[in-house]
Write a protein that binds this ligand. Sequence first.
Ligand code: NI
Length: 164
Amino acid sequence: MALRKILTQGDPALNKVCRPVENFDQRLHVLLDDMKETLAQANGVGLAAPQVGILRRVVVVVDDQNQMVELINPVIIHAEGEQTGLEGCLSVPGQYGVVTRPYKATVRAQDRNGKEFEMEGEAVVARCFFHELEHLDGHLFVEHTDRLYTVEELEAMEAEEEKA
Ligand code: NI
């Protein structure tokens, strides 16, 4: 396993539409293992292959049991409700924005051996599904907000709220 470099906003790889995975081979397994190691090291909740420069439909998300789940060729097949909250991205380091997403979602995907399965998520996991799947079509969360905040700004806002 090896750490991969996480690309940041401005890198053209982050704006490309990724191709489906057709070969569930050793190469894919190495990519998945590397993505999981990279995600753990970055302390993130999700990572998409284009973020490490691989233009394939591969995503790793952290579920509500804190386990990493590999999603190959994922598609959202159901969504309901709504949540509005802060969102960030390993490719947009240190910047956060308020984004509205569905509250619940079901994803259909394949595992590393090509076997199809479905996964449900709500709250932060559902937010992660939408955020990561967008990466596969070349989109970043910043497109859903017109204001980004730094950690310092968020802390200052929290302090103001506590005073009030
Ligand atoms: Ni992201």
